[in-house]
Design a protein around this ligand. Structure first.
Ligand code: 13P
Length: 248
């Protein structure tokens, strides 16, 4: 049995002071040690959030993005080795906002996943179709392409330890979540692509669902086949709502 993941993507919310306060509160109130909880603060808030979690921390931390070069003249970017040095265990790669707002390509996601692995962290690769693609019946094709492309530069061990998130673009921040049946269907597609890549060890790869997860729908979503956890935006921002999701 793989350990479920509850991942909080704070996106561009919570500066260093607010982030530290929230993490301290989460630490005080955290009771579940049978799941993996990961917080993705904004890069500028990472250090204060990580420090507020104490040592050892009951949670893991990740960054929301890195650039795929190791260092150099890339104004405004952060590298994977810097994220590792700051205490990150995970890096989000290919989040729909990176793809659709900032133009990240499949090839970028492949290079980023490889750099994240080589820097000693785990990529959390996000895939998902737009509403138009869904309406044209292209969901399986789109997520298959994104998954294969993003993982293309990883070896067998890296493939089995990486984490995948299915986040339908039409469900992100819209209040419209996928039904458990929608999630199960697409997660099944992803699992079969993984089986193609790593055989039986595909069962070990955790596939999270993301998109308008709330305390009210999380149990249903976690009950769907092949759903090994959740990646949450809006409902992860406040401790009450986030802890209620994590207690599902
Ligand atoms: P919401 O939970 O706000 O829909 O965001 C989902 C998401 O994009 C998490 O990465």
């Amino acid at each position: 049995m793989t350990q479920q993941i509850f991942a909080a993507n704070w996106k561009m919310n919570h500066g260093p002071t607010a982030a530290a306060g929230i993490v301290s509160e989460l630490r005080r109130r955290w009771r579940r040690f049978d799941v993996e909880m990961i917080i993705f603060p904004p890069a500028l808030s990472f250090a204060s959030a990580r420090a507020a979690a104490g040592d050892p921390s009951p949670f893991k931390f990740g960054v929301q993005n890195v650039y795929y070069a190791e260092r150099g003249a890339f104004t405004g970017e952060n590298s994977a080795p810097m994220a590792k040095d700051a205490g990150a265990d995970y890096v989000l790669v290919g989040h729909s906002e990176r793809r659709h707002v900032f133009g990240e390509t499949d090839e970028d996601t492949a290079k980023k996943c490889a750099m994240v692995e080589r820097s000693g962290m785990t990529p959390l690769l996000c895939v998902g179709e737009t509403l138009d693609q869904r309406n044209r019946g292209e969901t399986a094709g789109v997520v298959t392409r994104q998954l294969r492309a993003g993982l293309a530069q990883l070896d067998q061990v890296e493939l089995t330890t990486s984490v995948i998130a299915y986040e339908p673009v039409w469900a992100i921040g819209t209040g419209r979540n996928a039904t458990p049946e929608d999630a199960a269907e697409t997660h099944g597609v992803l699992r079969s692509v993984l089986r193609d890549l790593v055989g039986d060890r595909a069962a070990e790869v955790r596939i999270l669902y993301g998109g308008s997860v709330t305390p009210a729908n999380v149990e249903q979503i976690l009950g769907a086949a092949d759903v090994d956890g959740v990646l949450v935006g809006g409902a992860s921002l406040e401790p009450d709502s986030w802890l209620s999701i994590c207690s599902a």
